[in-house]
Write a protein that binds this ligand. Structure first.
Ligand code: UT7
Length: 331
C-alpha cells in the first residue's frame, strides 16, 4: 500500500436504542420460535428504535462518543461519512442531519450505501484521504434503523435485523501503527439477493407498491448465505496477500455480524479458531452497516484489543458488496 503517512482509528463509539425485542417477543408477531432463530442464526435479541429515533440520531450519538474517545471537538471534524441503507430520507443525506446534530460546522458530509459493507468502504476511503494529507480528521459512522423498513409479516427477514450505530475517528497515527491494507469488491449481478424494491426512481411509490409490500427489505437468505461463507475468506486473503501477512499474524477478526453459522463456516475456511472471530450477534442481531463498528467499539472498550494488536475487519452485504481492512491498533 502506498501511504504518505500512517493513518488509523483514534477513537470509537457506539449507540443502540434502549428497547430490546427478544425472540420470545417475536414468537407473538410471526410464526417463529426462539429455538429456530437461535439455532439458525445465533440471535437472541435485538435493539429497536422508537418512532422518534432516526438513523441520524443514533449516528450522532455514536459519533459523539467516538469524538470523545479520540479527544477531539466537533470543530476538528473535516468530513462526516455516514454508511447506511436505512437513511432518514432519500434527500437530503443522513450525514447532513448528523452534521447538524453534532454541530460539526467545519465538516463536509455525505452518505455511502454499500449495504452491510458500508463501514469498511467508509474507513478505506477516509483513511486514504487522510493518508494523502488532504484531510486530518474524518468521522466515519455506520448507522441503521432497519427495523423501520422491515416487513413484520415476513419471518424470513424480520427476525434477523436490529438498529444501532457505530463510529470511528480517522486521523494520522504514530509510525508503524494504523491501517496497513484494505480491499473492496462488488458483484452487482447479485443485486436482487437483498433489496428494498420500491420508493425510488426504478419503482416509484404507488398504491400498488404499498399493497405489494414493496417498501420493505426482501432477501434471498440462502443465496446470501452461500455467497457470505466464501467471500469472508476470499476478500480477507486479498488484503493479507497485498501486505504480506497471513491469518497467523491476526490477533482478532471483527466481522460483519449476520449469522453465527456464517462465522463458523468462515472460521473453517480460514482455518482459524472460532475464538479469533468476534461475535455479538446474540445481543444485537444484524445491524447492517453498524455491525462492524459496534463490534469494534465493544472489543476496544472491553479491553479485548491492546496497542500493537493486528485486527482484521471484514464484511459483505447488499449490492452485493464486500471488503476487508487490516490494521495495527494504535492506542
Ligand atoms: O447482512 C447481510 C444480509 N443477510 C444475511 O447475511 C443472511 C444470510 N442468510 C442467512 O443467515 C440464512 O439463510 C437465514 C437465517 C436467513 C435462513 O436460514 P436457512 O437455514 O438458510 O433457512 P431457509 O431459508 O433454508 O429456510 C428453512 C426453513 C423454511 O421452511 P421450509 O420451506 O423448509 O418448510 C423457512 O420457511 O425455515 C423456515 N423459516 C423459518 N422458520 C421459523 C424461515 N424463517 C423462519 C423463521 N422461523 N423466522
Amino acid at each position: 500500500m502506498i501511504n504518505t503517512r500512517n493513518v488509523g482509528i483514534t477513537g470509537t463509539g457506539s449507540f443502540v436504542p434502549e428497547k430490546i425485542l427478544t425472540n420470545a417477543d417475536l414468537e407473538k408477531i410471526v410464526d417463529t420460535t426462539d429455538e429456530w432463530i437461535t439455532t439458525r442464526t445465533g440471535i437472541k435479541e435485538r435493539h429497536v428504535s422508537d418512532e422518534k429515533t432516526l438513523t441520524s440520531d443514533m449516528a450522532a450519538e455514536a459519533g459523539r462518543r467516538a469524538m470523545e474517545a479520540a479527544g477531539i471537538t466537533p470543530d476538528d471534524v473535516e468530513l462526516i461519512l455516514v454508511a447506511t441503507c436505512s437513511p432518514d430520507a432519500l434527500i437530503p443525506s443522513t450525514a447532513c442531519f448528523t452534521q447538524d446534530k453534532l454541530g460539526c460546522k467545519n465538516a463536509g458530509a455525505f452518505d455511502l450505501n454499500a449495504g452491510c459493507t458500508g463501514f469498511i468502504y467508509g474507513v478505506s476511503f477516509a483513511s486514504s484521504l487522510v493518508a494523502s494529507g488532504a484531510y486530518n480528521t474524518i468521522l466515519v459512522i455506520g448507522a441503521e434503523s432497519l427495523t423501520k423498513v422491515l416487513d413484520w409479516q415476513d419471518r424470513n427477514t424480520c427476525v434477523l435485523f436490529g438498529d444501532g450505530a457505530g463510529a470511528a475517528v480517522i486521523q494520522p497515527v504514530e509510525e508503524g501503527f494504523g491501517i496497513i491494507g484494505h480491499s473492496l469488491g462488488s458483484d452487482g449481478s447479485g443485486a436482487a439477493y437483498i433489496e428494498l424494491p420500491a420508493g425510488a426512481a426504478k419503482l416509484p411509490a404507488s398504491h400498488e407498491t404499498v399493497d405489494n409490500r414493496q417498501h420493505f427489505i426482501k432477501m434471498k437468505g440462502n443465496d446470501v448465505f452461500r455467497f457470505a461463507v466464501s467471500i469472508f475468506d476470499k476478500i480477507s486473503k486479498v488484503t493479507l496477500d497485498k501486505i504480506g501477512m497471513t491469518y497467523d499474524d491476526i490477533d482478532l477478526i471483527v466481522p460483519h455480524q449476520a449469522n453465527n453459522r456464517i462465522l463458523e463456516a468462515a472460521a473453517r475456511k480460514m482455518k482459524v479458531g472460532e475464538d479469533k472471530i468476534y461475535s455479538n450477534l446474540a445481543r444485537f442481531g444484524n445491524t447492517s452497516a453498524a455491525s462492524v463498528p459496534i463490534a469494534l467499539d465493544e472489543v476496544v472498550r472491553n479491553g479485548k484489543v491492546k496497542k500493537g494488536d493486528n485486527l482484521l475487519l471484514v464484511a459483505f452485504g447488499a449490492g452485493l458488496t464486500y471488503g476487508s481492512i487490516v490494521l495495527k491498533w494504535a492506542k
